[in-house]
Design a protein around this ligand. Structure first.
Ligand SMILES: *[C@@H]1O[C@H](CO)[C@@H](O)[C@H](O)[C@H]1NC(C)=O
Ligand SMILES: *[C@@H]1O[C@H](CO)[C@@H](O)[C@H](O)[C@H]1NC(C)=O
Ligand SMILES: *[C@@H]1O[C@H](CO)[C@@H](O)[C@H](O)[C@H]1NC(C)=O
Length: 387
């Protein structure tokens, strides 16, 4: 054998020998955008799941109509499964087909599943129109949901135009989202980009998110969450909350949000709790190296959240907020009050730090407003006199 042949011999043996590839087209998937390929995808999953070796599900170029798909890992052989997508997965455009089903594509009880590339298109436009005209519409589905799963990777994946949330992580540990794109128009209702809850060790890196609701929303029961290198806008910003709806609720701790740009969003970094008797906490949070560009509420804690004054008789929120640091945050506010800390009257915020925060409004410095908040601020008198 020539040296080159020997190289290839070893290269192929090492990289591919034990990786079985399941092409969805071999299971009957059609790339014409019209034939429902749900069953074919599920059959390919069944094969990968039953395999004891490392396996790859491959989705070639083209458009695949998926009515609905539920990938359960309960009975899998616990091998790593990669899903490589060169094509687009398309949801039904008629919202009545799955609009009340909760999720479009679901993974549950899976371990070591990685998704590389591809476009997931929820085709939500007709449902948004229905909702925006205040007719009686279905709630809508989340495009891509993961429940009770570990070691998920999403790399270079685009999720767009979901009826409701785009990506949901619920009960997931050690999960990495990297180079993800989430795209929906600014006026599409409830289309949160990535919602994380009851999860630990999740990181969301180098991603681009623009939707009609929160770019990232962080629900109860999260810990060790790392968010870095995000471009957010349009949308409602990055939000911890809403929390404190339930009377007994798990808290949120150890959250880092760094190197983020907000462009034209409703909020920048927000912590939001219902004005209801409740329990729970938010602690050990760092917001660092953030640029605001024309953001309506760049820094906001709202513990008196009560939209339409319904279901909360303006009680003090029972969620305790402590040890929250805002560091190196600059840029422009679209409103005069750029820092608004409106904490609970029964559970005041403590340990709030504002360090090197410099936000401007029109041609001057923006204002700050603090209620029931304690901590320290360095820098400008607008801030130092606030806490
Ligand atoms: C994630 O970690 C938590 C805390 O260690 C644990 O209770 C939970 O079962 C884990 N979830 C999964 C899917 O393994
Ligand atoms: C906080 O979370 C990060 C990951 O986001 C982790 O590396 C670190 O160990 C956690 N710190 C504590 C005290 O748990
Ligand atoms: C605060 O921001 C304004 C406007 O960008 C800038 O002119 C000023 O130098 C900044 N001040 C500090 C101390 O960084």
């Amino acid at each position: 054998m020539s040296p080159l042949a020997i190289f290839f011999f070893f290269f192929f043996n090492l990289s591919f020998a034990s990786n079985t590839i399941y092409n969805v087209q071999n299971y009957g998937a059609k790339s014409n955008g019209k034939t429902d390929s749900s069953k074919a995808f599920l059959s390919a999953w069944g094969s990968a799941c039953a395999s004891t070796s490392v396996s790859t599900i491959y989705v070639p170029r083209g458009i695949y109509l998926i009515r609905k798909a539920y990938f359960n890992g309960q009975t899998c052989k616990r091998n790593a499964i990669s899903i490589r997508i060169d094509g687009t997965l398309l949801a039904p455009s008629d919202y009545n087909v799955i609009g009340n089903d909760g999720n479009w594509i679901t993974f549950e009880n899976v371990n070591r599943v990685s998704i590389y590339g591809g476009i997931f298109d929820g085709q939500g436009a007709s449902l948004w129109t229905c909702k925006n005209s205040k007719k009686n519409c279905p709630e809508g589905t989340t495009a891509l949901a993961f429940y009770n799963s570990n070691n998920i990777v999403m790399n270079g994946v685009t999720v767009q135009n979901s009826q409701m949330f785009h990506i949901l992580l619920d009960g997931c540990n050690n999960t990495k989202l990297q180079g993800v794109k989430v795209l929906a128009p600014g006026n599409s209702p409830n289309t949160d980009g990535i919602h994380v809850q009851s999860s630990s060790g999740v990181s969301i890196m180098n991603s681009n998110i623009g939707t009609g609701d929160d770019c990232i929303s962080i629900g109860p029961g999260n810990s060790n969450l790392w968010i870095e290198g995000i471009a957010c806008g349009p949308g409602h910003g990055i939000s911890i909350g809403s929390l404190g709806w339930e009377s007994k609720e798990q808290g949120v701790q150890n959250v880092t949000v760094k190197t983020v740009t907000f462009t034209g969003t409703q909020n920048g970094v927000r912590v939001k709790t219902w004005a209801r008797l409740s329990s729970g906490f938010v602690r050990h949070v760092l917001f660092q190296h953030i640029v605001m560009s024309n953001v309506q509420n760049p820094i906001i804690i709202d513990q008196n959240y009560c939209p339409n004054h319904e279901s909360c008789p303006h009680q003090g929120s029972g969620v305790k907020i402590s040890d929250v640091t805002y560091q190196d945050i600059h840029g422009t506010s679209a409103t005069e009050v750029a820092v608004k800390l409106d904490c609970s009257k029964t559970n005041p915020c403590s340990g709030i730090t504002l360090d090197n925060v410099n936000l401007s409004y029109k041609n001057g410095r923006a204002e700050a407003s603090c209620v029931n908040a304690a901590g320290r601020a360095s820098g400008f008198k607008e801030l130092t006199s606030c806490l």
